[in-house]
Design a protein around this ligand. Sequence first.
Ligand code: MLT
Length: 315
Amino acid sequence: MSRVLLTDRIAADAVRVLESFGGIEAVSIGTPSPAELLDMIGEYDAIVVRSPTHVTGDVIDRGTKLRFIGRAGVGVDNIDVAAATRRGIVVINSPRSNTISTAEHTLAVMLAVAREIPRAHATVTSGKWDRDSFKGVELNQKVLGIIGLGRVGSEVAARARAFGMTVLATDPFVAPSDAGAGIRMVSLHELLPQADWITVHAPLVPETRGLIGVREIAAMKKGVFVINCARGGIVDETALADALDSGHVAAAGLDVFDAEPPGTNRLLTHPRSVFTPHLGAATTDAQRRVATDVAESIGLALARGEIRDAVNTPR
Ligand code: MLT
């Protein structure tokens, strides 16, 4: 019998999918503390996590039976993939299932920023009827710069085009001929001064940490809007807070932060900006899909030795 630990309250369907393979017992819990996880990991052949549980090198060392680590989502920055690879553990994610939810959330945040929806809503619910303070902007005929034209970036591009935006994108892994209709591939250096809106859709890896810092923000148009629904750490929060204070950046829309939760952070005091607690993939549709997809991948791997959606290739 193989045992699989599911943390972070992964959708219940995942247990059913795993156990349907036969010979698998799945145990679903909330988010364990690091010490609790170290205590229990030795009993499991596989673990499946969302973003709150960190599968560190220590957890991997203690997981003496561990053969598979599943990520119910895309980003694997909460998993020490190098340590897993060294131990011969396969890391499997769910790369397609939450693309649309994250793209839709990006557009929702852009529109909320453009029209100051949270502040306007707060005035109405507090009994005011203020039609003068909220002079929003249109997306129509504005230039959107997309940093990272992967699955989510491409879906954001399609939706932005439906709103009448001109789309520029930069991505070292996408050739201009593969960019898709109506998307012009440019370098980051060309994108920054042209875009009215800039949205990040890159993974957090050493090459993208701090990718948007003081120099890049200075190269942006004055009055630009900056959106990050990808990963905290890609946009330098201190540089962004300074640019919001000076007015160089008109407003930001952030779903992700360097530290989550962000606690007291100067960024959060900026009135025109919009902040959400890492909700990009948090729709019932996407959560059901990521959970069942990754459960099926782990089930196939444990029960039949079939590997799909692996992000590493241990020997
Ligand atoms: C992902 O990487 O799939 C999303 O950011 C969602 C999450 O981290 O839970």
